[in-house]
Design a protein around this ligand. Sequence first.
Ligand SMILES: Nc1nc2c(ncn2[C@@H]2O[C@H](COP(=O)(O)OP(=O)(O)OP(=O)(O)O)[C@@H](O)[C@H]2O)c(=O)[nH]1
Ligand SMILES: [Mg+2]
Length: 371
Amino acid sequence: MKIKKFVAGSMQEATKQIRHELGTDAVILNSKKIQTRRFLGLVKKQGVEVIAVVDQDYSDRQKPRRQQLQAAFPNPGTPPEKPVQLELANQVKELKELLETRQHEQPVDVLPEPLKQADRLLTKQGVSAAVRTKAFSRLISSSFQEGEEWTEEKALLRVTDALAELLPENPGEQMAIRSKYVVLFGPTGVGKTTTLAKLAASSVLEENRKIAFITTDTYRIAAVEQLKTYAELLNAPLEVCYTQEEFKAAQQKFADFDHVFIDTAGRNFKDGQYVKELKDIIPFDRGLQAFLVLSATSKYSDMKELVRQFSSVPIDQLIFTKVDETDSLGSVMNLLADSKIGLGYMTNGQNVPEDIRYMSNASFAKLLTGC
Ligand SMILES: Nc1nc2c(ncn2[C@@H]2O[C@H](COP(=O)(O)OP(=O)(O)OP(=O)(O)O)[C@@H](O)[C@H]2O)c(=O)[nH]1
Ligand SMILES: [Mg+2]
């Protein structure tokens, strides 16, 4: 297998070079527009940088097929000689078609074995083909050297970095809880109340903050009792609010507190009506840090639909719970790679306050690949 970077004035020129140097079985892995400098670096010129690869084994595997086709459709006599220009135009067209037909193949088909192995690991984790393709294209365009030696460890580290780069911006641990009001919402039973208690407990125990609780979960009878238990343990006041007026009154009451942790009712938010009900009670304004809580055990398509339903709510970050209950984080990766909302926390157990961790993009990618 041979991988090479080509720089040319246009895509057409680049494909000509690729055909010339790597042959007709070459596949374009990545291309981007670049600015080249000419004449003492003063004049800028538009160009393209293309990374192409040819897998000799693949090419050889195709030979018998080509011979078969030639045998099945023998050339009926010597073709008339074509003018040179027409010949060239046909070659370009042929190459274009070839590249187009092979564009949908996994780029990893032609990568070195350690990278293929990393790809298999991601596939096992449930990372989608689209995300894997994006990660490998990024890896190749940013740090792939011709003739580079690859080990399994190096491949995994580079893939981990490339995956982290696909994730939306994450404000970092120092900015974990940065607003006075912190609200958690999400589907039923994902661990909202437990996670809120973990965050509140860390705030009291590690940062010595003066905290209070509000709950708008008046739907389940036991919900208030559950939060009251945590509030009593942390010696923090709790207000139960049924309406936005009551919510605003509670905010007034807690005017001199450092943080107010707000719990909400778990509902089937695939029904947009519940999103509206949530917004009817809680004014989602600037002073509020909003976390959508999802379970890491959920299916990608369900989580994606939930995020879509919340598009009218300004969500700051996502929290994924129950990481301890799953062996594959592919659905979380697929969701994050697709989303503009960054990752915040992950929880990995029922213990309050221990089982929670702020996750940077790099630490999540490492957790995913086991690096
Ligand atoms: N294994 C595991 N269990 C968790 C985790 N977080 C919460 N749980 C458990 O999940 C169950 C539901 O937790 P809650 O905090 O009541 O969930 P909720 O989202 O507030 O539920 P509703 O308010 O009814 O929608 C409890 O048994 C928790 O102990 C976690 O990270 N891992
Ligand atoms: Mg709850």
